[in-house]
Design a protein around this ligand. Structure first.
Ligand SMILES: Cc1cc2nc3c(=O)[nH]c(=O)nc-3n(C[C@H](O)[C@H](O)[C@H](O)COP(=O)(O)O)c2cc1C
Length: 347
């Protein structure tokens, strides 16, 4: 038991890392929480209504604590006409191949942080994690008053310090091995998970959650030994039966391969399996515009089973991925009877 587990009331030192865009479904979060970990719904792209529904869906399965996740609010960058034209021209050929009309941008970004945040307060999960930046004092106070633990995501000691000074309750430390988007906002930080965990745990008093490349029980023990209270595992659960991972994405994950950092799909650096788009896209718009511009392509490719056009987010450990019920995958990461000498959760 450590302070986070005691405060929130769960007993396996593993958090399901938030997996937005479908995989981190309420069903997966509920299965992890019911099995003793901290489930987490990948709710950052959800509408306020979907956030409320997700909370109800988890609670229909379990009364155990769970977390929601949002993207910290950030300024939307301006996009010039020439950049837009170049990005559209680059995607036009793929649209033709899939029988889609030419790529178009929506008039306004679709994420409304304030409305999502109100929905989070209504749901009152045990914790709210966020990535891509810091929350304001008003939001952190609202979370505290609602009894919701705040977890900020950082990719460097400098970002950890900024989150700590802002008043967050816990720090999710994301190493370079991690699948999906880099949470960093100050710079393009790429330290390894264990090195960064050690540095943040030694340098700051906040509880630390380690994320990035943690795929088996020895990885989890190493993260705890480095000073983390919890290991946050994402890729390890992408093939869970309860995950919302689409069939072509599942097939690509099962085949494995090399991962790399790309901006091709969203405009933000993210780690995933290499495919045709990561090789060919050269002029992405900044986030969130490229994400909006590639949305039709990605959803049509999912329906048509064409993984060469999909963002195949995965961490460096993807070649050690296994499929099965979430509770079984969790038990592999934290066996009920840990080997003699295994480190116990810190705190
Ligand atoms: C498919 C996928 C989606 C992700 N979506 C989010 C997200 O919406 N919000 C977030 O904070 N992190 C997101 N991440 C990052 C994870 O929460 C976590 O940092 C990462 O999975 C840890 O590394 P691992 O995949 O090697 O376990 C995502 C990662 C993946 C693989």
């Amino acid at each position: 038991m450590n302070s986070l587990m005691e405060q929130l009331g769960f007993n396996v030192p593993i958090m399901l890392a938030p997996l937005g865009g479908g995989p981190g479904s309420p069903a997966l979060a509920a299965a992890i929480s019911a099995a003793g970990g901290l489930g987490s719904v990948g709710s950052a792209y959800f509408t306020p209504e979907q956030i409320r529904e997700a909370g109800a869906a988890v609670r229909a399965v379990t009364r155990q604590p769970f977390a929601l996740n949002l993207f910290a609010p950030q300024p939307w960058p301006q996009v010039g006409a020439a950049a837009l034209q170049a990005a559209q021209a680059e995607l036009a050929g793929y649209h033709r191949e899939l029988g889609l009309p030419a790529p178009q941008l929506p008039d306004v970004p679709e994420l409304d942080f304030a409305a999502q945040f109100r929905a989070v307060l209504d749901v009152r999960p045990a914790a709210l994690s966020f990535t891509f930046g810091v929350l304001g004092a008003a939001e952190l106070t609202a979370l505290k008053n609602a009894g919701i633990l705040s977890i900020g995501t950082c990719g460097s000691l400098e970002e950890a310090r900024e989150l700590h000074s802002s008043g967050v309750d816990a720090l999710c430390v994301q190493g370079r091995e991690a699948g999906g988007h880099r949470g960093s906002w100050l710079h393009d930080a790429r330290q390894s998970t264990l090195d960064l965990t050690r540095a943040v745990a030694a340098g700051l008093p906040s509880p630390v959650i380690a994320a990035g490349g943690l795929m088996d029980a020895s990885d989890v023990r190493a993260a705890l030994a480095a000073g983390a209270q919890l290991a946050a595992c994402g890729t390890a659960f992408l093939l869970a039966d309860e995950a919302g991972t689409s069939p072509p994405y599942r097939a690509a994950l099962s085949s494995g391969g090399d991962t790399l950092f790309t901006q091709a799909f969203s405009g933000k650096w993210a780690r995933g399996l290499a495919n045709r788009l990561t090789r060919e896209v050269r002029s992405p718009l900044p986030f969130p515009w490229q994400n909006a511009l590639t949305r039709a392509l990605r959803s049509s490719a999912t329906q048509q089973g064409r993984s060469e056009y999909l963002s195949l987010w995965a961490g460096e450990g993807v070649n050690r991925i296994t499929a099965g019920p979430a509770a079984q995958l969790l038990a592999r990461l934290w066996p009920a009877d840990p080997e003699p000498g295994a480190s116990s959760p810190n705190g």
